[in-house]
Design a protein around this ligand. Structure first.
Ligand code: ZN
Ligand code: MN
Ligand code: MN
Length: 274
């Protein structure tokens, strides 16, 4: 079964995410664990965790993905930022284990001009510090959009990081907007085959399904609603037609404005996948 859903809000407590996701018909979802704009993870109360755990068994919404906050940078050459990044990522992973959440999506950060190989090394050693033991929570490496100094925008770089981290609890989160912005035309069969051959479809635990505001290769991370951007309805139709693609999990992080737009977008996605 293909599962899909939105990144949904945790306003009012993490367990509330289930209510809204169910209401709009999501079968999977992504959340932040606390405000994405702070350095400290704000943990949920034991009661709230209980409510969340209850809903993981009563709601058919799975898998659940947690997205890391915006501030950490595992590729940073600045010691303080690097250490703080390792700390919050470790806390998030630990918290996910207590909530039976199997996946944390990680941005690989910016090497701030120190060079790609340095950035990759830094990310690998950060992940090795974060994932010292198995606890049922996998870290998913998300591809970036090709912005200046970004780490992990290209398949070879993602593969290099993946191969060098000492944990089995790892995988990829592949974002369609970021692929397109980095120059991968996802409407082309050879591009999809390159993804399959380089990183393996089995290792892709989620697709971030986003259209792109700007053109192919723009190197700009600006999401658009499905069908309304440069990839477009025809582009996504083509994308889903490739073998293996329509069997993945999909999470949308699109700039929709309200529930009506969400319902419309979800029904379009359903139609395109089937
Ligand atoms: Zn992301
Ligand atoms: Mn994404
Ligand atoms: Mn993005």
């Amino acid at each position: 079964m293909v599962r899909f859903g939105y990144h949904v809000s945790i306003a009012g407590g993490i367990s509330k995410s289930f209510d809204y996701a169910s209401e709009i018909g999501c079968t999977s979802m992504q959340i932040f664990l606390s405000s994405p704009r702070t350095w400290a993870l704000e943990r949920s109360s034991p009661e709230e965790k209980r409510r969340f755990l209850d809903k993981t068994t009563t709601c058919d919404i799975k898998p659940i993905f947690v997205h890391m906050p915006y501030l950490p940078n595992m590729a940073s050459p600045k010691e303080e930022v690097y250490e703080k990044s390792i700390k919050i990522m470790s806390d998030i992973i630990e918290e996910c284990a207590t909530l039976s959440i199997p996946y944390v999506v990680a941005h690989l950060g910016s090497e701030l001009g120190t060079g790609k190989e340095n950035g990759i090394k830094r990310v690998v050693s950060a992940i090795n510090k974060i994932k010292k033991k198995n606890n049922g929570v996998s870290i998913l490496l998300e591809n970036q959009a090709g912005q200046k100094n970004s780490v992990g925008s290209y398949l070879d770089d993602l593969k290099e990081i993946f191969d060098n981290v000492n944990t089995d609890e790892k995988g990829f989160c592949i974002d369609t907007c970021h692929l397109f912005a980095a120059g991968y035309d996802i409407t082309k069969k050879e591009v999809i085959e390159e993804i399959r051959d380089k990183i393996g479809f089995d290792n892709i635990k989620v697709i971030h399904l986003n259209d792109a505001i700007y053109e192919l290769g723009s190197k700009r991370d600006r999401h658009e609603c499905i069908g309304k951007g440069s990839i477009g309805v025809e582009g996504f139709k083509k994308f889903f037609s490739f073998k293996g693609v329509n069997k993945m999990n999909f999470i949308l992080e699109t700039p929709r404005e309200d529930k009506t737009e969400e319902l419309e977008e979800l029904s379009l996605v359903k139609k395109l996948i089937s």
